[in-house]
Design a protein around this ligand. Structure first.
Ligand SMILES: C[S@@+](CC[C@H](N)C(=O)[O-])C[C@H]1O[C@@H](n2cnc3c(N)ncnc32)[C@H](O)[C@@H]1O
Length: 231
């Protein structure tokens, strides 16, 4: 009988950046849709096992079909449900939430309670500022940050539960670090430099005294100072 060839899903730059930040024993991908990311996680040995969580019937069907095609059914399980609901406390040591708005991701994290794992990889489609603020208030440190090129520059954050203040922010202007990312600022990300320069240019004509844009411009300028001082 001819061997069945497993299909390796191709990821775009955004999900490749997420993949590179996952390392776990048991990982959960929440809001997975096609399940391409968790399949690659298992195929590349970045986790021994993966739980795939989907709340909507259409994407749930996509996930089940992809996992079946991958031939990895013994190491992967697709579960229907909302956020961390279909997982047991301590069942996974890492989770990813990607391709959603930061408010949706935040809602899932806030409802997770004791099911929150020690490591999280988050990729919001809009500003990650609320996720960085959540991490600081909930005992997680930022241990890696990336910007992935795509339709726009997608932020990817790896958070790990650790005691004490997050050293990533030490010595940086806090508002700029929360807005643009402390590790991206320290790492002189060229994509970030581009983004901050565009923000400054966009905000200059809007920043009349007392307007919110005035403060945003000050934040962008202090980020630019960090990026340019480092170069
Ligand atoms: C835009 S897709 C992103 C898919 C994939 N994670 C990616 O990055 O390409 C968002 C998916 O999250 C699912 N989703 C949204 N909220 C969810 C929740 N609370 N629990 C589980 N799945 C959720 C949606 O059904 C949808 O399939």
């Amino acid at each position: 009988m001819a061997a069945v060839r497993a299909v390796w899903p191709v990821l775009d730059a955004r999900l490749e950046a997420v993949l590179a930040l996952i390392r776990a024993e048991v990982h959960a991908d929440i809001g997975s849709d096609h399940a391409h990311l968790p399949i690659r996680v298992v195929q590349e040995g970045r986790a021994e096992r993966c739980v795939v969580v989907e709340v909507n019937p259409g994407p749930l069907g996509h996930a089940r079909a992809s996992v079946a095609r991958s031939g990895l059914g013994e190491r992967m399980e697709v579960r229907e449900g909302n956020g961390f609901d279909p997982l047991g406390a301590g069942e996974v040591d890492s989770a990813s939430l990607t391709g959603m708005g930061a408010a949706t991701i935040l809602g899932v994290l806030e409802r997770a309670g004791e099911k929150l794992p020690a490591a999280l990889v988050l990729q919001p489609n809009d500003s990650p500022l609320p996720l960085r603020m959540w991490a600081r208030g909930h005992g997680y440190h930022l241990t890696a940050e990336r910007l992935a090129a795509g339709y726009w520059a997608y932020p990817v954050l790896r958070l790990e539960r650790r005691p004490g203040l997050d050293p990533a922010y030490a010595g940086l202007p806090l508002e700029a670090a929360l807005r643009y990312g402390p590790l991206l600022l320290r790492g002189r990300s060229p994509l970030l430099l581009d983004q901050v320069r565009r923000d400054v240019a966009r905000l200059i004509p809007l920043a009349a005294p007392g307007r919110p844009a005035e403060r945003e411009l000050a934040t962008a300028r202090s980020a630019l100072q960090v990026l340019e001082a480092a170069s």
